[in-house]
Design a protein around this ligand. Structure first.
Ligand SMILES: [Zn+2]
Ligand SMILES: [Zn+2]
Length: 394
């Protein structure tokens, strides 16, 4: 399969550049979805459904009956101004594919090529189906508070799917390296908004009122103590404050401080404990004479890889990418709405190293990837699906 993937490498790279040049934000992937649908049409033999989950596309190939494996790619870009100097630089000012979703989409189109070939060559041995899931808006929620994965599920894209697989590029890992991890691999990503309230007053006479800035100093030291002092250091968790807004003049104590931040965890019970602990830190405002308001914004659940499905891909990766290119490592504390799909069907996502010298990290204006890794990702996904539909996987 790696040779077949290598043979279409140029086509995958061409598609990736085409998508990279025309990035679109979540639920606005009209051009990208059109390109996906047109490409699937050209490949032929694939049943295509558009406007799934608003701007998503679903492709189906297979016997019609038997089990189905879903392969997911996200298509959306980020509100970042690209600073990478390449001929196929973003033409949509202020929008950039800075997370590699252009590569994910191009890889899945490559997978469609490869599986179409397989179906033509050995379709009589197929006992199931492959569903290509091109999902919108992984990075952001629509006005109704849902992201692309949920929108796709609401439109039945995962109905009768028995397993779902995906990959995510990693611009920090060696090119072509495939990282696998059974169980929690990406975090639950929750946010909070909080307000600490006092009286405000003259900076020279703070004892005459309640100073929310002073209260904040106690709240912050408590927030940062949650990992280790209130939650075991053996549990993976992070609390970070992103914004603090209060006051203007040097001699005026403000009435209120606004604080926001993010809470990350890998386990649902620790996640709930963290929500309570973060609120408890803000509730200290009351014992110091002030008041507080706390609003939790629940994000994606943790991404938990099914060991069986992950094992299929890991074995394939060892064969197609080579033993030396496969490692075991969790992906990190970022969040992914693939977690929602893998709650619907047993699922697994692996990380595909795409490091290139000079390239920045994910979500930065200098984000860049080594395109030579893309066909490796396509080979792993396609071969896993091929073995699945041929009934070769346990
Ligand atoms: Zn991202
Ligand atoms: Zn991403």
């Amino acid at each position: 399969m790696i040779n077949k993937a290598k043979a279409i490498e140029e086509e995958i790279i061409r598609l990736r550049r085409e998508i990279h040049q025309h990035p679109e934000l979540g639920f606005q992937e009209f051009r990208t979805a059109q390109l996906v649908a047109d490409t699937l049409q050209e490949i032929g033999g694939i049943d295509i459904q558009t406007e799934v989950g608003r701007t998503g596309v679903v492709g189906r190939i297979g016997t019609g009956d038997g089990p189905t494996i879903g392969i997911r790619a996200d298509m959306d870009a980020l509100p970042i101004h690209e600073q990478v100097d390449v001929p196929f630089k973003s033409q949509n000012d202020g929008v950039m594919h800075a997370c590699g979703h252009d590569a994910h989409t191009a890889i899945l189109l490559g997978v469609a090529h490869l599986l179409r070939q397989s179906f033509a060559d050995e379709g009589e041995k197929w006992r199931g189906n492959v569903r290509f899931l091109f999902q919108p808006s992984e990075e952001q929620w629509g006005e109704d508070g849902i992201s692309g994965a949920t929108a796709m599920i609401q439109d039945n894209a995962l109905e009768n799917v028995d397993a779902v697989i995906a990959l995510h590029t990693s611009s920090l890992s060696p090119s072509g390296q495939c990282s696998f991890w059974d169980g929690p691999t990406l975090a639950a990503a929750d946010m909070f908004d909080a307000w600490i309230r006092g009286d405000g007053g003259h900076g020279a006479y703070p004892h005459q009122g309640i100073d929310p800035n002073f209260i904040l100093s106690t709240v912050l030291s408590n927030l940062y103590a949650i990992p280790s002092r209130y939650i075991s250091p053996l549990e993976t968790n992070v609390v970070s404050v992103g914004a603090i807004h209060a006051g203007q003049a040097p001699n005026v104590i403000p009435k209120e401080v606004y604080v926001n931040g993010t809470i990350r965890s890998m386990d649902q019970s620790i996640r709930k404990k963290l929500w309570a602990e973060v609120e408890r830190a803000f509730s200290l405002a009351e014992s110091l004479g002030g008041s507080y308001e706390f609003k939790l914004r629940k994000g994606y659940p943790p991404t938990i890889n099914d060991a069986r499905v992950n094992g299929w891909m890991r074995q394939v990766a060892r064969e197609v990418a080579g033993e030396g290119q496969v490692i075991d490592a969790p992906m990190g504390m970022a969040g992914e709405d693939f977690s929602i799909m893998s709650q619907k069907a047993p699922g697994a996502m692996f990380s595909l190293g795409c490091y290139t010298p000079g390239g920045g990290g994910h979500h930065t204006p200098l984000f860049d990837i080594d395109e030579k890794a893309l066909h490796v990702g396509a080979a792993v996904l396609a071969e896993t699906a091929r073995r699945f539909v041929k009934g070769e996987l346990g």
